[in-house]
Ligand binder design. Structure first.
Ligand SMILES: Cc1cc2nc3c(=O)[nH]c(=O)nc-3n(C[C@H](O)[C@H](O)[C@H](O)COP(=O)(O)OP(=O)(O)OC[C@H]3O[C@@H](n4cnc5c(N)ncnc54)[C@H](O)[C@@H]3O)c2cc1C
Length: 401
């Protein structure tokens, strides 16, 4: 039976970063990823200043920024005819004062390659965890489906980083608290012209919200819809959908024809939830597996990475010495639950605002409250800190000798 010290289930931002950091500290770590590569549908492209700061602390920043990316230093929005700047990252006390926009697979490939430089890092692709192994009330490993059959991997600690549909948390019978969400998002690409606005991220009009992330040649676009209304939209037809896009962002009217099949449009069922307890004896969950995030603010990747840093800081040494207690796992939750809670509360607040927008199908007019808030410099700074740095940012501990 294969054995490791720490078995991480899921090669997303939380799993790969935890694997990298533990291997860097000399812990024998096996990361299981069910897909054969990291190339997947769009799952967020934002690498925030807090994550870039961590790369700087790891000495990886220069190399990382050589990967093709765009730098977003300011975030703009349009509410009806009213355009405003939502946030300006140039004031942040970080080395990089921008969000790096980069496909998530580039981030994961980068970290996986760096991880492979450590002899104790073992990343296994096409390895899907199907359940947990237990003995005497303790999690002792993972049952895994591989291309060549089933295997069991035993470990001192299993870390569930398998995202919001986590098999691990389900197998462990962990209780999940759902926070209601009134929205879903439809993601698609639409080409971009040099004459298009640079940073028109949020566009509100006619009872709808259209997110446009400038990716150079194209906009990664997200239409926020009322939860559960996708079937109705499909019944209304693509012509209506294209019409909606053109009405909200008239500069895109000539490109609606690019959307000619519903297969180009992916539904993200937005969830916000949180585990009551993130750990059991021999098991810890972090990232979306512990607290599924809404795409609001584009912070999920960064929270997952912060969880990874906190877990590695608290657990690397005990794992090396093979003395991981449940108290230590509880400390990871103590450290990271507060940031997850605060961020989810902000996201819930944002959802409520969006749900109000759905109520007015006519031309949107920016309310005076919005104008007042966005012109309050203190508010903008706070928002930029919450998004760019997050609550209680983590730092890399020096590598052990
Ligand atoms: C459409 C969409 C858009 C988003 N936009 C943004 C954004 O712009 N910015 C942002 O910061 N966040 C965004 N998010 C949220 C962000 O993707 C997540 O919060 C973040 O990826 C969480 O990281 P994670 O590592 O915890 O989980 P995930 O990224 O979900 O990674 C989980 C990994 O586990 C693997 N896995 C699952 N089950 C198993 C199993 N049984 N065995 C082995 N492997 C398994 C999966 O294949 C996956 O690689 C978006 C999410 C979606 C879906």
């Amino acid at each position: 039976m294969p054995q490791t010290t720490c078995c991480i289930v899921g090669g997303g931002p939380a799993g790969i970063m935890t694997g990298y950091l533990l291997a860097r500290s000399g812990v024998r770590v096996t990361v299981l990823e069910k897909h054969k590569d990291f190339f997947r549908d769009f799952r967020g492209d934002t690498v925030h200043p807090s994550t870039l700061q961590l790369f700087d602390e790891l000495g990886l920043l220069e190399e990382f920024l050589k990967i093709q990316h765009q730098e977003m230093a300011t975030v703009g929005a349009r509410f009806g005819e009213y355009s405003f700047t939502v946030g300006d990252f140039r004031h942040l006390p970080t080395r990089c004062k921008f969000i790096a926009l980069m496909p998530q697979w580039d981030l994961l490939n980068f970290l996986a390659e760096r991880g492979r430089q450590f002899p104790s890092f073992d990343l296994r692709m096409e390895h899907e965890a199907t359940g947990l192994l237990t003995a005497d009330g303790r999690v002792t490993g993972v049952a895994v489906q591989t291309p060549s059959g089933r295997v069991q991997i035993t470990a001192d600690l299993v870390i569930g980083c398998d995202g919001r549909h986590s098999v691990i948390r389900q197998a462990a019978g962990m209780r999940v608290n759902e926070l209601g969400v009134p929205i879903d998002v439809l993601w698609f690409r639409i080409s971009r012209k040099a004459t298009d606005p640079e940073s028109a991220l949020g566009n509100v009009n006619y009872g709808k919200v259209l997110i446009l992330i400038n990716r150079g040649e194209y906009f990664q676009s997200g239409l926020i819809i009322r939860k559960g209304s996708f079937d109705q939209l499909r019944q209304n037809g693509l012509e209506d959908f294209r019409g909606d896009i053109a009405r909200i962002a008239p500069f895109l009217a000539d490109r609606g024809c690019e959307l000619n099949d519903w297969d180009q449009i992916k539904l993200l069922t937005v969830q916000i939830n949180r585990l009551e307890r993130w750990h059991q004896l021999g098991l810890l969950c972090i990232g979306d597996a512990a607290h599924a995030m809404s795409p609001a603010g584009g912070v999920g990747i960064n929270l997952a990475v912060q969880d990874a840093v906190a877990a590695a800081n608290l657990l690397a040494r005990p794992l090396r010495e093979r003395i991981v207690t449940e108290d230590l796992l509880a400390r990871v939750q103590e450290r990271r639950e507060f940031p997850a809670r605060v961020t989810q509360r902000l996201q819930t607040f944002a959802h409520r605002g969006i749900a109000k927008i759905f109520e007015n199908p006519g031309p949107a007019k920016a309310p005076w409250q919005l104008r007042a808030v966005v012109n309050t410099p203190g508010f903008k700074r706070l928002l930029v800190r919450a998004v760019g740095l997050g609550v209680r940012p983590e730092h890399i501990r020096p590598k052990p000798e």
